[in-house]
Design a protein around this ligand. Structure first.
Ligand code: DSN
Length: 413
């Protein structure tokens, strides 16, 4: 950082302040995590200088002998980690991986079935303000009003009625285990293809703490920076018959030169995710979520769908008279970072919401265990109860910072 300090003190300061924030606050955004120092080192490496349009062994530029090795390693490790037939590691983001998947499997105007955003889907699963909702005819599905869980009978009825070309099994705010085999069964019975977007749970899948969609789906997409703990970016796994189509959907159709620094960092993350430590990590994430959900619900908060099987929980804050936006602000004032989130059948608009989404992956990366989650739960409850008392929130913030200081920060320590 000494070079940056000399050449650009303003950006240097931003990074130093962000280090302090990531050290002192409790990072509980369900889609965030801390990467390892090794992943950071690869991300910040001189591989960023190299152009390498094309794929290993077939490039449009000379001098790719080194990045051919790292991209091939990333591909082989992704295939081995997830037991997949084929892999692509070039998509810059989860949204672009999804776009490439649609381009590989559908024609513009085709019908696609996906979870609606307000029930826990993603923008790229058919939102009207996103390319997906503009280029394709999306038929949404949601969760059951009573159970707040997926209702496969209802899903089948929607699929049978609309005969989609593609069904997406993927979520950004669904806390329960997903039965990908049932999705496959429905897709097969209506002649649809299946895309699994496992962005949130890919680290759990890699470690064995959540069933894998890979055997069931034609294509599986994922970001690499959530529970998987890799660099910002994405990967896709697919059946062999989609490999050519998917690769050309990414390049030359959508993207130009791949980001080789990021691809190398993905390779590092995949290697890390093969370890016994990572396996234990993935199970610990879920243990931490479960104990947090239990503790919050025993103290008056309502946990959507009755609990969690993953790294995330959705909390209905209206149960204690707070909307999601106010709950998010109160928690931020005490150094706990979560996001306001619509809950199923929410009456509030997306900028207000009736709930918050809480994730345990980042805190688990700091080696927090169940007993620590009980303390975190107390901080959360105390903050929400005192949401309009800035003095109390400030004092909780101090307690949160000294509690956080006891734990390592991967990438910084
Ligand atoms: N924005 C991500 C999330 O928070 O879930 C998904 O892209």
């Amino acid at each position: 950082m000494t070079h940056l300090l000399k050449s650009d003190s303003e950006i240097h300061l931003v990074i130093e302040n962000e280090k302090k924030r990531q050290r002192e606050q409790l990072v509980m955004i369900a889609s965030e995590n801390y990467t390892s120092s090794a992943v950071l080192e690869a991300t910040g490496s001189i591989l960023t200088n190299k152009y390498s349009e094309g794929y290993p062994g077939k490039r449009y530029y000379a001098g790719c002998e080194n990045v051919d090795i790292s991209e091939s390693l990333a591909i082989e490790r992704a295939k081995s980690l997830f037991n997949a037939e084929s892999a692509n590691v070039q998509a810059h983001s989860g949204s672009q991986a999804n776009m490439a998947a649609f381009f590989s499997m559908c024609q513009t105007g085709d019908t696609i079935m996906g979870m609606s955003l307000d029930h826990g889907g993603h923008l790229t699963h058919g939102s009207k303000v996103n390319f997906s909702g503009k280029l394709y005819k999306f038929v949404p599905f949601g969760v059951n009003r009573e159970t707040e869980a997926l209702d496969f009978n209802n899903l089948y009825e929607i699929a049978e009625k609309n005969k989609p070309k593609l069904i997406i099994a993927g979520f950004t705010a669904y806390p329960l285990k997903v039965d990908f085999e049932k999705f496959k069964h429905i897709a097969d019975s209506v002649g649809a293809l299946l895309l699994a977007d496992m962005a949130h749970i890919s680290g759990l899948v890699a470690g064995g703490a959540h069933p894998s969609p890979v055997a069931h789906a034609d294509i599986v997409t994922s970001t690499t920076h959530k529970t998987l703990r890799g660099p910002r970016g994405a990967l896709a796994l697919m059946k062999k018959n989609f490999e050519k189509k998917f690769n050309s959907a990414v390049f030359p159709n959508m993207q130009g030169g791949p980001m080789q620094h990021s691809i190398a960092a993905k390779a590092v993350a995949f290697k890390e995710a093969m370890s016994e430590d990572f396996k234990n990590y993935s199970f610990q994430i879920v243990k931490n979520s479960k104990i947090l959900a239990k503790s919050l619900s025993e103290n008056g908060l309502r946990i959507v769908a009755g609990g969690t099987d993953t790294h995330m929980l959705l909390v209905d804050t209206k149960a204690i008279g707070l909307n999601g936006s106010d709950a998010e602000s109160a928690l931020l004032s005490s150094g706990i970072v979560v996001n306001k989130n619509s809950i199923p059948f929410d009456d509030e608009p997306p900028m207000i919401t009736s709930g918050i989404r809480i994730g345990t992956a980042a805190l688990t990366s700091r080696n927090m265990l169940e007993k620590d989650m009980e303390i975190v739960s107390e901080f959360i409850l105390e903050s929400l109860r005192n949401h309009d008392n800035s003095k109390i929130l400030s004092s909780i913030k101090e307690k949160v910072a000294s509690f956080s200081a006891k734990f390592i920060v991967p990438g910084l320590d």
